[in-house]
Design a protein. Sequence first.
Length: 238
Amino acid sequence: MNDGVASLGSILGIWAHPDDETYLMGGVMALAADAGQRVACVTATLGDAGETADAGRWPQRELRAIRRAEIAAAMDILGVEEHECLDLDDGTLADLDGAAHAARLSATIDRIRPDSVVTFGPDGMTGHPDHQTVCAWAGEALARSGHTARLLHATKTVAWAHEFADVNEEVFPPGLPPVAEPSWSLALDDATLGRKVRALEAHGSQTTGIIAALGRERYHEWVRLEAFQAAAAPASHA
């Protein structure tokens, strides 16, 4: 189903690491920003504990600076002017005080007042504990908030999973990514897809290797679809 990007209203993305946002909603953010909708994004960590396209080359402090510059460049390409990094330690989110960070995100929701909050589903798309934790925090934050918004979890379609089964077997753990009949989906037009790929290329410390491995044409088609499943309305904690 796709009622157009306008149907999402103002949008807040809540993600774990740089490039999560671009992979899963880069086209939506670009189109919404172009249409004058408010688009904001929160990133919990700088992803500096993960592998790089040239693993072992960068000390962690330098990698943090690189990832910060990369996501700033990606946001600029996508037209997103409101971006916040929580600067939490990569790989540790499940061990942190979830209530405190949910409260922090709840304050962001109350300030932004989005119509749609977009994040991972409970599966975390890839099964990454940081992804799963951010999903839980976002749901808790919306429940705590005095503001009502639609909560959308990133997913993929059965058709997409079938078309890219060979790629997904190399990228995702068994049983992932999640597939569903999405509540909202969009196959990006070529111009928006090109812009999304430029933003992904801005995340070069993470994307250079996979783009080279798949080839540009195959990579473009792999990232064309953006799909979301409506989550159950969180119980209010207000």
